[in-house]
Design a protein. Sequence first.
Length: 442
Amino acid sequence: MNNQNYRTLIIVISLVIILVVVLTVFLLSRQETVPEPTVTQSAPSSTETKSNTSSFPTSENVTSTEKETAPTTQNIIPEINPTEQEVAVTEEGTIVGEIKNTADIATGGMTFIEKDRNGTKTTFVRYIEKGTGHIKEIAFDENIPTKVSNYTILGIVNSLWSKDGSSVVIRRLDGVDNNIQTVYGIIETGSSTSTMPEGEVGTLNGTILPSNTIDVAVSPQGDRLFYLIKNGDSVTGAVSDFKGTDPFNKKINIWNSPISEWQITWPKQDQIMLLTKPAYNVSGILYSLLVPKDNKQEKLLGDITGLTAIVSNSGKKIIYSETTGSGFMTYILDKQNNELKVFPAKTLPEKCVWSKTNENVVYCGVPKNIIGSKYPDSWYKGIISFNDDIYRIDLDVNSKRKIVVTGQPDGLDATGLILSTNEDYLSLINKKDGKIWTIKLK
């Protein structure tokens, strides 16, 4: 081959290579980004549930597009929905609110009450101090709380309140063997209502309930109590009115179990929830107990490791979390439609409270960062602490809105959230120091 032919061959080969490169770049630029797949998950049919230990799907059947890594950072999580369309959780801007340090001292629980103040119906936060047991109350626009009761009771763990805040069930350490003691108390004000005459401090008339009382829940209307009473290795569940000097006098036994470790809640007037005590290495179960008609027990969730859950006021929706290798995942189960989805925010159910007026709305403390650990135990014990933002989550449109307030503490680890009757106030306890913070929403 002479030099002229050799040069020609080189030129042809070079042109072919350039053409291939240009064509490849052109084709790649025309490709669209392929969205991550969204998984559809519904509850099994009635025939399928007969062979399953749970009446509803367990979270092991749900695939999330979120990849778990340690540490895990809070992200917007895509929805798993029955239409098989990719639907992202949307941020609908923010909600501007006001926040106030309602109780600048460690507290053992609180409630909202409505009282007349100078002819105007006013919302107050009534709470019990953890160190003294003194009961106080304060309105959002006040700076100094009013003492309601000066009865001293030490070692407060938590408290449950009647609707008007005049009766309270207190869980405390007995100071001897650090066993949990349950005290039932009535605030005596010198009048027939919970309204405290100006300048007067009431007293707490307390009754110590039997030492084998291991847990208590209050009905949504705040008029009845449900107790768990330990008998050897088993427990008995009983209901009573939330009034009188000793509600145990008229208690009615409605439930028994050979398992003694339970957490109980009463989200709906005719439905009590029984959750096996959560632990990161234990498979949990959630039951509902219908009262007072036939006391029928139904299994709602089962075989879920580290299960912890809260049920909506309608009893139709359940937010629950499951322990994973790098932390936990949060889900929402729509019991009515038998649909299981990833919850729009990664958080523990104990950081949420359901709206009383809209079953699709929930308020949650959402950790800014989540470090993989043995949840929920490490959070319960204070080994791990979170820094939360507060969100209003609308499940109907799969959106969440951050509640932005000035003056919020940098380290807010939200727990014990409650809403006022009109949902114009949201109160919570900062788990780091037990202090109460109240947000004005309207």
